[in-house]
Ligand binder design. Structure first.
Ligand code: SF4
Length: 591
Protein backbone atom coordinates (compact mmCIF):
# COMPACT_ATOMS: atom_id res chain seq x y z
CA UNK A 1 0.00 0.00 0.00
CA UNK A 2 1.08 3.62 -0.63
CA UNK A 3 0.34 5.16 2.74
CA UNK A 4 2.70 7.77 4.13
CA UNK A 5 1.71 11.45 3.97
CA UNK A 6 3.03 13.80 1.32
CA UNK A 7 2.95 17.53 0.91
CA UNK A 8 -0.04 18.98 -1.00
CA UNK A 9 0.31 18.84 -4.78
CA UNK A 10 -0.79 22.48 -5.22
CA UNK A 11 2.12 23.65 -3.14
CA UNK A 12 4.55 22.17 -5.61
CA UNK A 13 6.22 24.50 -8.03
CA UNK A 14 9.71 24.98 -9.37
CA UNK A 15 11.10 28.14 -10.91
CA UNK A 16 12.31 27.93 -14.50
CA UNK A 17 15.92 28.21 -13.42
CA UNK A 18 15.19 25.61 -10.75
CA UNK A 19 14.02 23.21 -13.46
CA UNK A 20 17.28 23.73 -15.35
CA UNK A 21 19.29 23.09 -12.20
CA UNK A 22 17.36 19.92 -11.37
CA UNK A 23 18.04 18.59 -14.87
CA UNK A 24 21.74 19.47 -14.65
CA UNK A 25 22.28 17.82 -11.31
CA UNK A 26 20.13 14.77 -12.05
CA UNK A 27 22.97 12.46 -13.13
CA UNK A 28 21.31 11.74 -16.48
CA UNK A 29 17.77 11.86 -15.11
CA UNK A 30 18.38 9.46 -12.24
CA UNK A 31 18.01 11.89 -9.35
CA UNK A 32 16.62 10.00 -6.39
CA UNK A 33 13.87 8.27 -8.34
CA UNK A 34 15.07 4.77 -7.57
CA UNK A 35 15.16 5.40 -3.83
CA UNK A 36 11.79 7.16 -3.79
CA UNK A 37 10.14 4.34 -5.71
CA UNK A 38 11.16 2.01 -2.91
CA UNK A 39 9.70 4.24 -0.21
CA UNK A 40 6.10 3.78 1.00
CA UNK A 41 5.13 7.44 0.48
CA UNK A 42 2.18 7.94 -1.89
CA UNK A 43 3.91 10.75 -3.79
CA UNK A 44 7.27 11.88 -5.14
CA UNK A 45 9.44 14.82 -4.11
CA UNK A 46 9.38 17.95 -6.25
CA UNK A 47 12.65 17.04 -7.93
CA UNK A 48 11.62 13.48 -8.69
CA UNK A 49 8.26 14.67 -9.94
CA UNK A 50 10.07 16.71 -12.57
CA UNK A 51 12.48 13.93 -13.56
CA UNK A 52 9.64 11.42 -13.67
CA UNK A 53 8.27 13.17 -16.76
CA UNK A 54 11.34 12.24 -18.79
CA UNK A 55 10.61 8.62 -17.88
CA UNK A 56 7.06 8.95 -19.23
CA UNK A 57 5.01 9.56 -16.10
CA UNK A 58 3.25 12.53 -14.45
CA UNK A 59 2.30 12.68 -10.81
CA UNK A 60 -1.27 13.95 -10.55
CA UNK A 61 -4.10 13.96 -8.06
CA UNK A 62 -7.77 13.18 -8.50
CA UNK A 63 -9.21 16.69 -8.72
CA UNK A 64 -12.75 15.47 -8.10
CA UNK A 65 -11.61 14.66 -4.59
CA UNK A 66 -9.50 17.74 -3.93
CA UNK A 67 -11.94 19.97 -2.12
CA UNK A 68 -13.33 17.23 0.09
CA UNK A 69 -9.87 16.08 1.01
CA UNK A 70 -8.74 19.60 1.83
CA UNK A 71 -11.81 20.02 4.07
CA UNK A 72 -11.03 16.72 5.76
CA UNK A 73 -7.36 17.79 6.12
CA UNK A 74 -6.28 14.79 4.06
CA UNK A 75 -3.50 14.52 1.50
CA UNK A 76 -4.52 14.79 -2.15
CA UNK A 77 -5.54 11.51 -3.80
CA UNK A 78 -2.24 10.97 -5.59
CA UNK A 79 -2.20 9.07 -8.83
CA UNK A 80 0.23 8.81 -11.74
CA UNK A 81 -0.39 9.06 -15.47
CA UNK A 82 1.92 6.82 -17.54
CA UNK A 83 2.41 7.46 -21.25
CA UNK A 84 3.56 4.67 -23.57
CA UNK A 85 5.66 5.90 -26.49
CA UNK A 86 4.53 4.35 -29.77
CA UNK A 87 6.36 5.66 -32.89
CA UNK A 88 3.93 6.09 -35.79
CA UNK A 89 1.17 4.68 -33.56
CA UNK A 90 2.02 1.14 -34.70
CA UNK A 91 1.02 -1.73 -32.39
CA UNK A 92 0.94 -5.47 -32.91
CA UNK A 93 -2.14 -7.36 -31.76
CA UNK A 94 -0.15 -8.83 -28.88
CA UNK A 95 1.02 -5.39 -27.77
CA UNK A 96 -2.52 -4.03 -27.77
CA UNK A 97 -3.80 -6.97 -25.73
CA UNK A 98 -0.97 -6.50 -23.26
CA UNK A 99 -1.77 -2.78 -22.89
CA UNK A 100 -5.40 -3.68 -22.30
CA UNK A 101 -4.48 -6.19 -19.60
CA UNK A 102 -2.09 -3.81 -17.83
CA UNK A 103 -4.77 -1.11 -17.76
CA UNK A 104 -7.04 -3.46 -15.85
CA UNK A 105 -4.41 -4.87 -13.53
CA UNK A 106 -2.38 -1.76 -12.69
CA UNK A 107 -4.34 1.37 -13.74
CA UNK A 108 -7.97 2.51 -13.72
CA UNK A 109 -9.18 -0.01 -16.30
CA UNK A 110 -9.15 2.43 -19.22
CA UNK A 111 -6.71 3.27 -22.02
CA UNK A 112 -6.45 6.81 -23.38
CA UNK A 113 -5.30 7.33 -26.96
CA UNK A 114 -3.44 10.63 -27.34
CA UNK A 115 -3.02 13.25 -30.04
CA UNK A 116 0.59 12.03 -30.52
CA UNK A 117 -0.32 8.40 -31.25
CA UNK A 118 0.56 7.31 -27.70
CA UNK A 119 -1.42 5.37 -25.12
CA UNK A 120 -1.90 6.70 -21.58
CA UNK A 121 -2.65 4.81 -18.39
CA UNK A 122 -4.48 6.85 -15.77
CA UNK A 123 -4.98 6.41 -12.06
CA UNK A 124 -1.80 4.42 -11.45
CA UNK A 125 -0.76 4.28 -7.79
CA UNK A 126 2.85 5.06 -7.05
CA UNK A 127 3.30 1.64 -5.52
CA UNK A 128 2.33 0.07 -8.88
CA UNK A 129 4.40 2.37 -11.05
CA UNK A 130 7.62 0.37 -11.28
CA UNK A 131 5.69 -2.80 -12.01
CA UNK A 132 3.67 -1.13 -14.79
CA UNK A 133 6.67 0.36 -16.56
CA UNK A 134 8.72 -2.82 -16.18
CA UNK A 135 5.93 -4.97 -17.59
CA UNK A 136 5.34 -2.56 -20.46
CA UNK A 137 8.98 -2.96 -21.41
CA UNK A 138 9.33 -6.68 -20.78
CA UNK A 139 5.96 -7.98 -21.88
CA UNK A 140 4.94 -5.50 -24.58
CA UNK A 141 8.39 -4.23 -25.70
CA UNK A 142 7.06 -0.69 -25.31
CA UNK A 143 9.00 2.10 -23.65
CA UNK A 144 7.79 5.15 -21.81
CA UNK A 145 11.17 6.91 -21.88
CA UNK A 146 10.90 10.33 -23.50
CA UNK A 147 7.10 10.19 -23.82
CA UNK A 148 7.09 13.37 -21.67
CA UNK A 149 9.83 15.77 -20.54
CA UNK A 150 12.28 18.12 -22.26
CA UNK A 151 13.41 15.68 -24.95
CA UNK A 152 12.26 14.40 -28.35
CA UNK A 153 8.70 13.16 -27.83
CA UNK A 154 6.89 10.36 -29.62
CA UNK A 155 7.44 10.65 -33.37
CA UNK A 156 4.13 10.86 -35.22
CA UNK A 157 3.77 9.44 -38.73
CA UNK A 158 1.02 9.03 -41.28
CA UNK A 159 -0.89 6.08 -39.98
CA UNK A 160 -2.90 4.67 -42.91
CA UNK A 161 -1.36 1.26 -43.70
CA UNK A 162 -1.41 1.83 -47.46
CA UNK A 163 0.82 -0.40 -49.54
CA UNK A 164 3.01 2.34 -50.99
CA UNK A 165 6.75 3.01 -50.54
CA UNK A 166 5.94 6.43 -49.06
CA UNK A 167 3.61 5.06 -46.38
CA UNK A 168 6.01 2.28 -45.45
CA UNK A 169 8.90 4.72 -45.33
CA UNK A 170 7.05 7.16 -43.07
CA UNK A 171 6.63 4.44 -40.48
CA UNK A 172 10.24 3.26 -40.85
CA UNK A 173 11.53 6.83 -40.53
CA UNK A 174 9.50 7.33 -37.34
CA UNK A 175 11.40 4.44 -35.78
CA UNK A 176 14.78 5.68 -37.10
CA UNK A 177 14.27 9.18 -35.72
CA UNK A 178 13.03 7.80 -32.42
CA UNK A 179 16.22 5.76 -32.07
CA UNK A 180 18.46 8.65 -33.17
CA UNK A 181 16.93 11.14 -30.72
CA UNK A 182 16.77 8.99 -27.60
CA UNK A 183 18.74 10.25 -24.63
CA UNK A 184 21.04 7.67 -23.05
CA UNK A 185 18.70 4.92 -21.89
CA UNK A 186 20.95 3.34 -19.25
CA UNK A 187 19.41 5.31 -16.36
CA UNK A 188 15.93 4.27 -17.49
CA UNK A 189 16.87 0.60 -17.60
CA UNK A 190 18.56 0.88 -14.21
CA UNK A 191 15.56 2.45 -12.51
CA UNK A 192 12.72 0.51 -14.04
CA UNK A 193 14.20 -2.81 -15.09
CA UNK A 194 17.50 -3.73 -13.50
CA UNK A 195 17.68 -1.83 -10.23
CA UNK A 196 20.15 0.99 -9.62
CA UNK A 197 23.63 0.37 -10.99
CA UNK A 198 25.05 3.81 -10.41
CA UNK A 199 25.45 4.54 -6.73
CA UNK A 200 23.58 7.53 -5.34
CA UNK A 201 25.85 10.57 -5.43
CA UNK A 202 28.17 9.21 -8.14
CA UNK A 203 28.42 11.80 -10.93
CA UNK A 204 27.42 10.83 -14.48
CA UNK A 205 28.83 12.18 -17.75
CA UNK A 206 26.55 14.56 -19.72
CA UNK A 207 24.23 12.90 -22.21
CA UNK A 208 26.07 12.61 -25.56
CA UNK A 209 23.26 14.27 -27.55
CA UNK A 210 21.42 16.38 -25.00
CA UNK A 211 24.23 17.52 -22.72
CA UNK A 212 23.52 17.86 -19.01
CA UNK A 213 20.44 20.09 -19.19
CA UNK A 214 18.54 18.29 -21.99
CA UNK A 215 16.30 20.57 -24.05
CA UNK A 216 14.72 23.86 -22.98
CA UNK A 217 11.29 22.24 -23.55
CA UNK A 218 9.76 19.39 -25.52
CA UNK A 219 10.56 18.65 -29.18
CA UNK A 220 7.85 17.13 -31.36
CA UNK A 221 8.28 15.49 -34.77
CA UNK A 222 5.67 14.54 -37.35
CA UNK A 223 6.11 12.72 -40.68
CA UNK A 224 3.56 13.18 -43.42
CA UNK A 225 2.66 11.45 -46.65
CA UNK A 226 0.48 14.01 -48.44
CA UNK A 227 -2.19 14.81 -49.28
CA UNK A 228 -4.07 13.56 -46.18
CA UNK A 229 -2.71 15.72 -43.35
CA UNK A 230 -3.48 13.16 -40.66
CA UNK A 231 -0.49 14.13 -38.48
CA UNK A 232 -1.37 17.84 -38.60
CA UNK A 233 2.04 18.61 -40.02
CA UNK A 234 2.08 22.34 -39.24
CA UNK A 235 1.81 21.78 -35.49
CA UNK A 236 5.14 20.01 -34.86
CA UNK A 237 8.53 21.45 -33.97
CA UNK A 238 9.87 19.37 -36.85
CA UNK A 239 7.62 18.38 -39.75
CA UNK A 240 8.82 16.09 -42.53
CA UNK A 241 6.82 15.84 -45.73
CA UNK A 242 7.49 12.90 -48.01
CA UNK A 243 8.28 13.37 -51.72
CA UNK A 244 7.96 10.23 -53.83
CA UNK A 245 7.41 11.50 -57.38
CA UNK A 246 8.07 8.20 -59.18
CA UNK A 247 6.73 6.00 -56.41
CA UNK A 248 10.12 5.92 -54.67
CA UNK A 249 10.81 8.16 -51.70
CA UNK A 250 13.46 10.67 -52.75
CA UNK A 251 13.45 12.96 -49.76
CA UNK A 252 11.52 15.10 -47.33
CA UNK A 253 10.66 18.77 -47.08
CA UNK A 254 11.58 20.00 -43.62
CA UNK A 255 9.23 22.30 -41.72
CA UNK A 256 10.03 23.80 -38.34
CA UNK A 257 8.44 25.81 -35.57
CA UNK A 258 4.93 24.48 -35.11
CA UNK A 259 3.37 24.58 -31.67
CA UNK A 260 -0.04 25.14 -30.15
CA UNK A 261 0.40 26.20 -26.53
CA UNK A 262 -0.27 29.71 -25.29
CA UNK A 263 -1.71 31.46 -22.24
CA UNK A 264 -4.98 33.37 -22.28
CA UNK A 265 -4.20 37.04 -22.77
CA UNK A 266 -0.39 36.77 -22.52
CA UNK A 267 1.09 38.39 -25.58
CA UNK A 268 4.43 36.66 -25.25
CA UNK A 269 2.81 33.29 -25.93
CA UNK A 270 1.02 32.30 -29.13
CA UNK A 271 0.29 29.34 -31.37
CA UNK A 272 2.43 29.11 -34.46
CA UNK A 273 2.29 26.99 -37.60
CA UNK A 274 5.49 25.30 -38.81
CA UNK A 275 7.16 26.87 -41.86
CA UNK A 276 9.07 25.21 -44.70
CA UNK A 277 12.81 25.48 -44.12
CA UNK A 278 14.62 23.08 -46.46
CA UNK A 279 14.59 19.80 -48.34
CA UNK A 280 16.81 16.85 -47.57
CA UNK A 281 17.36 13.59 -49.39
CA UNK A 282 16.01 10.52 -47.63
CA UNK A 283 19.38 9.26 -46.45
CA UNK A 284 20.14 12.64 -44.83
CA UNK A 285 16.84 13.24 -43.01
CA UNK A 286 17.85 11.78 -39.65
CA UNK A 287 20.97 13.98 -39.62
CA UNK A 288 18.76 17.01 -40.23
CA UNK A 289 16.49 16.00 -37.36
CA UNK A 290 19.50 15.74 -35.02
CA UNK A 291 20.85 19.07 -36.25
CA UNK A 292 17.56 20.87 -35.65
CA UNK A 293 17.27 19.35 -32.18
CA UNK A 294 20.74 20.62 -31.27
CA UNK A 295 19.94 24.11 -32.60
CA UNK A 296 16.99 24.13 -30.23
CA UNK A 297 19.14 22.72 -27.43
CA UNK A 298 21.70 25.50 -27.84
CA UNK A 299 19.46 28.49 -28.66
CA UNK A 300 16.15 27.81 -26.90
CA UNK A 301 15.19 30.12 -24.03
CA UNK A 302 16.20 28.48 -20.75
CA UNK A 303 15.15 31.42 -18.60
CA UNK A 304 11.42 31.28 -19.31
CA UNK A 305 9.66 27.97 -19.98
CA UNK A 306 6.65 29.81 -21.42
CA UNK A 307 8.96 31.12 -24.13
CA UNK A 308 11.13 28.07 -24.53
CA UNK A 309 9.64 26.32 -27.57
CA UNK A 310 11.37 26.22 -30.97
CA UNK A 311 8.44 28.15 -32.47
CA UNK A 312 9.58 31.32 -30.73
CA UNK A 313 13.02 31.05 -32.31
CA UNK A 314 11.43 30.60 -35.73
CA UNK A 315 8.96 33.47 -35.22
CA UNK A 316 11.53 35.86 -33.77
CA UNK A 317 14.76 35.03 -35.63
CA UNK A 318 13.22 33.84 -38.89
CA UNK A 319 13.54 30.90 -41.25
CA UNK A 320 16.81 32.03 -42.96
CA UNK A 321 18.52 32.23 -39.55
CA UNK A 322 17.26 28.78 -38.61
CA UNK A 323 18.38 27.27 -41.90
CA UNK A 324 21.87 28.73 -41.45
CA UNK A 325 22.05 27.25 -37.99
CA UNK A 326 21.01 23.82 -39.21
CA UNK A 327 23.34 24.05 -42.21
CA UNK A 328 26.32 24.88 -39.99
CA UNK A 329 25.88 21.51 -38.26
CA UNK A 330 25.72 19.45 -41.47
CA UNK A 331 28.37 18.15 -43.87
CA UNK A 332 26.12 18.48 -46.96
CA UNK A 333 24.12 21.31 -48.54
CA UNK A 334 20.45 21.61 -47.72
CA UNK A 335 18.17 22.20 -50.70
CA UNK A 336 15.19 24.54 -50.87
CA UNK A 337 11.87 23.17 -49.62
CA UNK A 338 9.62 21.63 -52.25
CA UNK A 339 5.95 22.45 -52.68
CA UNK A 340 3.34 20.08 -51.33
CA UNK A 341 -0.41 20.23 -50.87
CA UNK A 342 -2.55 18.87 -48.06
CA UNK A 343 -6.22 17.93 -48.08
CA UNK A 344 -7.84 17.17 -44.76
CA UNK A 345 -6.58 16.28 -41.29
CA UNK A 346 -9.41 13.74 -40.97
CA UNK A 347 -8.70 10.02 -40.65
CA UNK A 348 -10.11 7.43 -43.04
CA UNK A 349 -12.93 5.74 -41.13
CA UNK A 350 -14.86 2.62 -41.98
CA UNK A 351 -13.58 0.05 -44.51
CA UNK A 352 -10.66 1.00 -46.77
CA UNK A 353 -8.48 -0.94 -49.22
CA UNK A 354 -4.78 -1.08 -48.33
CA UNK A 355 -3.70 -1.69 -51.93
CA UNK A 356 -2.28 -5.15 -51.24
CA UNK A 357 -5.56 -7.05 -51.46
CA UNK A 358 -6.25 -6.49 -47.77
CA UNK A 359 -8.29 -3.89 -45.89
CA UNK A 360 -8.17 -1.68 -42.84
CA UNK A 361 -11.04 -0.48 -40.71
CA UNK A 362 -10.86 3.01 -39.20
CA UNK A 363 -12.73 3.58 -35.94
CA UNK A 364 -13.22 7.01 -34.41
CA UNK A 365 -12.66 6.77 -30.67
CA UNK A 366 -14.60 9.73 -29.37
CA UNK A 367 -12.59 11.44 -26.61
CA UNK A 368 -9.79 8.89 -27.17
CA UNK A 369 -10.90 7.00 -24.06
CA UNK A 370 -11.18 3.24 -24.39
CA UNK A 371 -13.49 2.08 -21.65
CA UNK A 372 -16.69 0.19 -21.03
CA UNK A 373 -19.51 2.56 -20.10
CA UNK A 374 -23.09 1.33 -19.90
CA UNK A 375 -24.19 -0.25 -23.17
CA UNK A 376 -21.12 1.08 -24.99
CA UNK A 377 -18.55 -1.61 -24.19
CA UNK A 378 -15.68 -0.22 -26.20
CA UNK A 379 -12.80 -1.77 -24.28
CA UNK A 380 -14.30 -5.23 -24.31
CA UNK A 381 -15.33 -4.92 -27.94
CA UNK A 382 -11.87 -3.82 -29.10
CA UNK A 383 -10.21 -6.57 -27.12
CA UNK A 384 -12.48 -9.17 -28.73
CA UNK A 385 -11.83 -7.78 -32.21
CA UNK A 386 -8.07 -7.92 -31.73
CA UNK A 387 -8.22 -11.39 -30.16
CA UNK A 388 -10.32 -12.70 -32.99
CA UNK A 389 -8.55 -11.18 -36.01
CA UNK A 390 -5.05 -10.87 -34.52
CA UNK A 391 -4.70 -7.69 -36.57
CA UNK A 392 -1.98 -5.06 -36.10
CA UNK A 393 -3.27 -1.61 -35.23
CA UNK A 394 -2.36 2.01 -35.79
CA UNK A 395 -3.27 4.80 -33.43
CA UNK A 396 -3.78 8.01 -35.36
CA UNK A 397 -2.88 11.55 -34.29
CA UNK A 398 -6.64 12.21 -34.13
CA UNK A 399 -7.15 9.42 -31.57
CA UNK A 400 -8.70 6.99 -34.03
CA UNK A 401 -7.78 3.32 -34.22
CA UNK A 402 -7.08 1.57 -37.51
CA UNK A 403 -7.43 -2.23 -37.57
CA UNK A 404 -5.03 -3.36 -40.29
CA UNK A 405 -4.35 -6.31 -42.62
CA UNK A 406 -7.95 -7.55 -42.64
CA UNK A 407 -9.45 -9.85 -45.28
CA UNK A 408 -12.66 -9.25 -47.20
CA UNK A 409 -14.36 -12.06 -45.27
CA UNK A 410 -13.56 -10.30 -41.96
CA UNK A 411 -15.95 -7.50 -42.78
CA UNK A 412 -19.26 -8.98 -41.64
CA UNK A 413 -17.97 -10.46 -38.35
CA UNK A 414 -16.08 -7.28 -37.46
CA UNK A 415 -19.11 -5.09 -38.15
CA UNK A 416 -21.18 -7.49 -36.03
CA UNK A 417 -18.73 -7.28 -33.12
CA UNK A 418 -18.85 -3.48 -33.18
CA UNK A 419 -22.66 -3.51 -33.12
CA UNK A 420 -22.81 -6.19 -30.46
CA UNK A 421 -20.75 -4.02 -28.12
CA UNK A 422 -22.72 -0.84 -28.78
CA UNK A 423 -19.84 0.86 -30.60
CA UNK A 424 -21.20 3.57 -32.94
CA UNK A 425 -20.40 3.09 -36.64
CA UNK A 426 -19.23 6.10 -38.72
CA UNK A 427 -22.55 6.36 -40.57
CA UNK A 428 -24.40 6.96 -37.28
CA UNK A 429 -22.81 10.30 -36.37
CA UNK A 430 -21.92 13.49 -38.22
CA UNK A 431 -18.74 13.74 -40.25
CA UNK A 432 -17.63 16.67 -38.10
CA UNK A 433 -18.02 14.57 -34.96
CA UNK A 434 -15.85 11.86 -36.50
CA UNK A 435 -13.05 14.40 -37.11
CA UNK A 436 -13.19 16.06 -33.75
CA UNK A 437 -10.82 15.73 -30.83
CA UNK A 438 -10.63 16.77 -27.19
CA UNK A 439 -8.00 16.65 -24.49
CA UNK A 440 -8.18 14.77 -21.19
CA UNK A 441 -8.56 17.77 -18.78
CA UNK A 442 -10.46 17.01 -15.56
CA UNK A 443 -10.23 15.16 -13.26
CA UNK A 444 -6.61 14.12 -13.81
CA UNK A 445 -4.83 16.96 -15.62
CA UNK A 446 -3.36 19.36 -13.10
CA UNK A 447 -3.51 22.29 -15.55
CA UNK A 448 -7.16 21.98 -16.60
CA UNK A 449 -9.30 25.09 -16.12
CA UNK A 450 -12.45 23.50 -17.57
CA UNK A 451 -13.87 20.10 -18.45
CA UNK A 452 -13.12 18.68 -21.86
CA UNK A 453 -13.26 14.90 -22.27
CA UNK A 454 -16.13 14.43 -19.84
CA UNK A 455 -18.43 16.95 -21.52
CA UNK A 456 -17.45 16.27 -25.13
CA UNK A 457 -20.02 13.57 -25.95
CA UNK A 458 -22.90 15.57 -24.47
CA UNK A 459 -21.83 18.67 -26.37
CA UNK A 460 -21.68 16.70 -29.60
CA UNK A 461 -25.20 15.31 -29.10
CA UNK A 462 -26.43 18.91 -29.18
CA UNK A 463 -24.15 19.98 -32.04
CA UNK A 464 -25.19 17.00 -34.15
CA UNK A 465 -28.82 18.19 -33.93
CA UNK A 466 -27.71 21.62 -35.11
CA UNK A 467 -25.82 20.17 -38.06
CA UNK A 468 -28.83 18.10 -39.06
CA UNK A 469 -31.04 21.20 -38.83
CA UNK A 470 -28.86 22.94 -41.45
CA UNK A 471 -28.21 19.83 -43.56
CA UNK A 472 -24.51 19.88 -42.65
CA UNK A 473 -24.15 16.41 -41.13
CA UNK A 474 -21.79 15.19 -43.88
CA UNK A 475 -19.62 18.36 -43.90
CA UNK A 476 -15.97 18.14 -42.84
CA UNK A 477 -15.99 20.81 -40.13
CA UNK A 478 -13.09 20.48 -37.71
CA UNK A 479 -13.90 21.12 -34.03
CA UNK A 480 -11.47 20.65 -31.17
CA UNK A 481 -11.80 21.26 -27.46
CA UNK A 482 -9.29 21.64 -24.64
CA UNK A 483 -9.58 22.29 -20.94
CA UNK A 484 -6.91 25.01 -20.96
CA UNK A 485 -4.90 27.03 -23.49
CA UNK A 486 -1.93 24.62 -23.56
CA UNK A 487 -3.45 23.12 -26.66
CA UNK A 488 -2.91 19.36 -26.27
CA UNK A 489 -5.75 18.61 -28.72
CA UNK A 490 -4.34 21.18 -31.21
CA UNK A 491 -7.29 23.57 -31.13
CA UNK A 492 -5.92 26.72 -32.74
CA UNK A 493 -5.80 25.52 -36.33
CA UNK A 494 -9.30 24.01 -36.30
CA UNK A 495 -12.41 25.51 -37.92
CA UNK A 496 -13.92 25.72 -34.44
CA UNK A 497 -11.89 25.69 -31.23
CA UNK A 498 -13.19 25.69 -27.67
CA UNK A 499 -10.46 26.49 -25.18
CA UNK A 500 -11.18 26.23 -21.46
CA UNK A 501 -10.75 29.37 -19.39
CA UNK A 502 -12.66 28.60 -16.16
CA UNK A 503 -15.34 26.34 -14.73
CA UNK A 504 -17.87 25.74 -17.52
CA UNK A 505 -16.42 28.56 -19.66
CA UNK A 506 -14.60 28.43 -23.00
CA UNK A 507 -13.00 30.87 -25.38
CA UNK A 508 -14.40 30.41 -28.87
CA UNK A 509 -11.98 30.55 -31.79
CA UNK A 510 -13.15 30.27 -35.40
CA UNK A 511 -11.54 30.27 -38.81
CA UNK A 512 -8.78 27.68 -38.80
CA UNK A 513 -9.03 25.02 -41.45
CA UNK A 514 -9.93 21.38 -41.75
CA UNK A 515 -6.63 21.09 -43.64
CA UNK A 516 -4.78 22.27 -40.52
CA UNK A 517 -2.91 25.02 -42.38
CA UNK A 518 -4.53 28.16 -40.98
CA UNK A 519 -4.81 29.62 -37.48
CA UNK A 520 -8.19 30.47 -36.04
CA UNK A 521 -9.05 33.80 -34.45
CA UNK A 522 -10.79 34.56 -31.19
CA UNK A 523 -14.42 35.57 -31.71
CA UNK A 524 -15.81 35.26 -28.19
CA UNK A 525 -13.70 35.50 -25.08
CA UNK A 526 -15.98 33.44 -22.84
CA UNK A 527 -18.91 31.19 -23.71
CA UNK A 528 -20.71 29.00 -21.20
CA UNK A 529 -20.73 25.31 -22.09
CA UNK A 530 -24.51 25.24 -22.43
CA UNK A 531 -24.44 28.26 -24.79
CA UNK A 532 -21.93 26.82 -27.27
CA UNK A 533 -24.53 25.55 -29.78
CA UNK A 534 -26.20 28.98 -29.76
CA UNK A 535 -22.85 30.69 -30.25
CA UNK A 536 -22.15 28.51 -33.31
CA UNK A 537 -25.64 28.60 -34.77
CA UNK A 538 -25.34 31.86 -36.77
CA UNK A 539 -22.10 30.80 -38.44
CA UNK A 540 -23.37 27.36 -39.39
CA UNK A 541 -26.61 28.84 -40.62
CA UNK A 542 -24.86 31.43 -42.74
CA UNK A 543 -22.47 28.82 -44.15
CA UNK A 544 -25.42 26.61 -45.12
CA UNK A 545 -27.07 29.57 -46.82
CA UNK A 546 -24.06 31.11 -48.62
CA UNK A 547 -21.79 28.25 -49.51
CA UNK A 548 -20.89 27.60 -53.14
CA UNK A 549 -21.15 24.11 -54.62
CA UNK A 550 -18.71 21.76 -52.90
CA UNK A 551 -17.34 24.52 -50.69
CA UNK A 552 -16.23 23.42 -47.21
CA UNK A 553 -16.75 25.46 -44.06
CA UNK A 554 -13.01 26.25 -44.14
CA UNK A 555 -13.19 27.45 -47.76
CA UNK A 556 -16.27 29.53 -47.09
CA UNK A 557 -14.67 31.09 -44.03
CA UNK A 558 -11.51 31.89 -45.97
CA UNK A 559 -13.50 33.46 -48.83
CA UNK A 560 -15.73 35.43 -46.50
CA UNK A 561 -13.68 36.53 -43.52
CA UNK A 562 -9.95 36.10 -43.93
CA UNK A 563 -9.34 38.68 -46.62
CA UNK A 564 -6.86 40.54 -44.40
CA UNK A 565 -3.29 39.21 -44.26
CA UNK A 566 -2.54 36.97 -41.29
CA UNK A 567 -0.78 38.84 -38.48
CA UNK A 568 2.81 38.10 -37.58
CA UNK A 569 2.64 35.43 -34.85
CA UNK A 570 4.06 37.79 -32.25
CA UNK A 571 1.02 40.02 -32.87
CA UNK A 572 -1.39 37.13 -32.35
CA UNK A 573 -2.85 38.48 -29.13
CA UNK A 574 -2.94 42.05 -30.40
CA UNK A 575 -4.85 40.80 -33.43
CA UNK A 576 -7.27 38.90 -31.22
CA UNK A 577 -7.96 42.02 -29.17
CA UNK A 578 -8.46 44.04 -32.36
CA UNK A 579 -10.94 41.51 -33.70
CA UNK A 580 -12.83 41.47 -30.44
CA UNK A 581 -13.05 45.24 -30.42
CA UNK A 582 -14.04 45.46 -34.09
CA UNK A 583 -15.05 41.98 -35.20
CA UNK A 584 -14.10 40.92 -38.73
CA UNK A 585 -16.84 38.35 -38.19
CA UNK A 586 -20.11 40.19 -38.64
CA UNK A 587 -22.74 39.71 -35.97
CA UNK A 588 -25.47 37.58 -37.41
CA UNK A 589 -29.00 37.71 -36.12
CA UNK A 590 -30.22 34.53 -34.46
CA UNK A 591 -33.21 33.04 -36.25
FE1 SF4 B 1 -4.51 19.45 -19.60
FE2 SF4 B 1 -4.63 21.74 -20.88
FE3 SF4 B 1 -3.47 19.64 -22.06
FE4 SF4 B 1 -6.08 19.70 -21.72
S1 SF4 B 1 -4.90 21.10 -23.02
S2 SF4 B 1 -4.75 17.96 -21.25
S3 SF4 B 1 -6.34 20.76 -19.80
S4 SF4 B 1 -2.75 20.70 -20.25
Amino acid sequence: MCVSPCRPIRGMGTSDMGVEEIKRSSRQLRGTLDQELSQPKACFSEESNLLLKFHGAYQQDDRDERIERVKAKQDPAYIVMVRAKIPGGHLTAEQYLRLNRLAVELANGTLRLTSRQCVQFHGVLKCNLRSLIARLNREARITTFGACGDVARNVCATSAPLDTPAHRDAQALAVEITQALFPNREPYFEIWLNGAQLKSGTPAAPDPLYGDAYLPRKFKTGILVPPRNDVDIHTHDLGLVSHAPEGTVEGYTVLAGGGMGMDHGKAATYPHLARPVAYARRERVVEVARALLTVFRDWGDRTNRKHARLKYLVAEKGVPWLREQIQARLSFRLEDPRPFAVSTVADPHGWNAQGDGRFFYGLHVETGRIQDAGDRRLRTGLREIVERFRCPLRITANTSLLFCDLKAEDRAPLDALLKEHGIPLPETYSRARGMSMCCVALPTCGLALSESERVFGGLWDRLDSLLVEFGLEREPILLRMTGCPNGCARPYNADIALVGRGAGKYSLFLGGSQKGDRLAGLVQRSVALEDIPNALRPYLQRFARERADGETFSDWWGRTFTHVPAPHPSQFHEELERRLARPTVPTIEAP
